[in-house]
Design a protein around this ligand. Structure first.
Ligand code: ADP
Ligand code: ADP
Length: 225
């Protein structure tokens, strides 16, 4: 079963104005259950735009977005927001953890927002943190953690609601090369065996090569690398 299917997705910013820029032009991409795909392209090629559309944060001008077999094209903002919370986990280059909350709380909060009971949410959060090697940091705030630890917590937060799809935009782009490699492996280990599909934008071709498949953006279309 396809976890993500983008069909004929096009996106133009500033349509009709002099700074008009067509970023996506009939992009097609399908991710099967459990598949990990790297997205490589130069800066400005449209990776963030593609990830935002795939994650229901933005809408394409034309084309369709299906997650877990459900076509979200044309659904209202409320339906899309609910779906995004349940079905999609996001990771960015910078962790975006809430600074005034502990690691554990940062992983608990999205579950509470999704209607999970506090006890169950805390158990799942502690389990996720332990799996990525930061169990001992559960009571610490982000500012007391290293960059690699912060990103590990961000992965746990992204997976807190057991989404079908993980979207990551340069998840290790902010880390030194050695840490980057370790943290990337942690992410792969966390995703493998869950059935989750992952689309990971990265500039690091060595890390990209560890994925099941590498695709790139070429003139607004997704092509095999
Ligand atoms: P990447 O992630 O590959 O760097 P982006 O998707 O962020 O690429 O951007 C692709 C192009 O679209 C860039 O030229 C960028 O400046 C432009 N762009 C992105 N978002 C917007 C926006 N909201 N409004 C106008 N232009 C945008
Ligand atoms: P990234 O680090 O993912 O490439 P950017 O710094 O390109 O992110 O973009 C950050 C945000 O600003 C995104 O939400 C993107 O849509 C928006 N953005 C990027 N380029 C432009 C632009 N030229 N005009 C307006 N918004 C833009």
């Amino acid at each position: 079963e396809a976890m993500l299917r983008l069909s004929g997705v096009s996106k133009t910013y500033n349509q009709g104005r002099e700074n008009e820029v067509q970023v996506l032009n009939g992009a097609d991409l399908t991710l099967a259950e459990g598949e990990m795909v790297a997205l490589v392209a130069p800066s400005g090629a449209g990776k963030s735009t593609l990830l935002h559309i795939a994650g229901l944060l933005d809408t394409p001008d034309t084309g369709t977005v299906e997650i877990g077999g459900v076509d979200y094209t044309g659904l209202g903002d409320r339906r899309r927001t609910v779906a995004r919370r349940r079905e999609v986990g996001f990771v960015y280059q910078f962790h975006h953890l809430l600074p005034e909350f502990t690691a554990l709380e940062n992983v608990v909060l999205p579950q509470l927002a999704n209607g999970i009971q506090k006890d169950e949410a805390e158990t799942r959060a502690a389990d996720l943190l332990a799996r990525v090697g930061v169990g001992g940091r559960a009571g610490h705030r982000p500012s007391a953690m290293s960059g690699g630890e912060q990103q590990r917590v961000a992965f746990c937060r992204a997976l807190a609601n057991a989404p079908r799809l993980l979207l990551a935009d340069e998840p290790t782009g902010n880390l030194d090369p050695a840490t980057s490699e370790q943290v990337f492996d942690t992410l792969v280990g966390l995703v493998r065996g869950t059935g989750l599909a992952a689309l990971i934008a990265t500039h690091n071709l060595e890390l990209a090569a560890r994925m099941d498949r590498v695709v790139r953006l070429d003139q607004g279309r997704v092509v095999a690398q």
